[in-house]
Design a protein around this ligand. Sequence first.
Ligand code: CA
Length: 418
Amino acid sequence: MPLLKSWVASANSADHPFPLNNLPYGVFSTEDSDPRCGVAIGDSILDLAAAEKAGLVAISGIPVFDAPHWNDFMDLGAEAWDALRARLTEILTEGSADEAKAAPLLVPMDKATLHMPIAVREYTDFYAGRNHAFNVGTMFRGPENALPPNWLHIPIGYNGRASSVVVSGTDVRRPWGQLKSPDHDLPAFLPCRRFDLELEMGAIVGTASNGPITVQEADDNIFGYVLLNDWSARDIQAWEYQPLGPFQAKSTATSISPWIITKPALEPFRTDTPEREFELLDHLKDCGPMLYDIDLAVTLAPEGKDATTITRTNYKEMYYSAAQQLAHHTTAGTPMNVGDLLGSGTISGATKPERGSLLELSWGGKEPLTLDTGETRTFLEDGDTLTLTGAAKGDGYTIGFGTCTGTVLPALKDPYAR
Ligand code: CA
């Protein structure tokens, strides 16, 4: 499929993240309006609450867009998802009869504030990038025992906190926690010294389920994808993680990008999971290409300085697709809800410049990274701004994810001060 032309001129460029082929969904506000649903097209946002009021989009007869999240719309089901995309394509396409009615409902992107696109119902994070799991396992257990014995058979995950998920642009304060240095016999309560990022994709569940679902059903139930940064306190994690996994190390914040890139926009970029040395059990087997070829990158900018690209990798590096993760999630009977968010796990490629965390890039802090500014980093410093980007490259067009940014604020002097 080539670049689809829109009457919104800024959308008609091979490099613009938001052409008519994309149509990503978000929530925005302006000086004059409360948070509401919108769709990005070029350098503008089409106000869907206003479009609904004007009768331009009427998907089910129930108003759903004058809301600070996409949950009500997702709840309408997959037929409504297809109907909205078809209608938006019709409205925004070059030569559309709706141009005169729709043009006044465009809001310039630079006049809008972006908010969380969904009300996150529950949040689960997986550990499904093979290079990441191998690197981290090698650091802690040596290369022979790097992957836990279950790793090649199930996507390992843990239940995180929906309340800690924040939208891109939200500052993240360095946490305090209980740390135990190898040089001391007893732990101490201190500000985290090894604060890190994890480059991930987030999958958004758009259809509820109650009981085990197949990989195909799981793929059908996913509404779309966002960029995700799982902020991680490595020193807190090292002390607390056995035997129940991460807890406070992952409780500070998880940032997501503000635009949901829907499955139809990503359809041309579907790709298979990698070769496996163990066949998966039937209920987790691949039933079609369910990963996506999406280029990912992370930049780090020290306070007031230029950014350095610290990693470049691709979502297709994952060992398990989001559909396999969602299918696995339901096997013991847990209900899944509209608005559930699944983190992919850290995405790392095979070589050093493709690693998706500072833990791996600095090899546990032993090999400091030199930034373009000349400064070095093992873990994040106060004032550092991280920016995740993602884009799938089509023939003459780009499906961009926008950015997922966050700046590290210094730890509070006394977290219990009242
Ligand atoms: Ca993670």
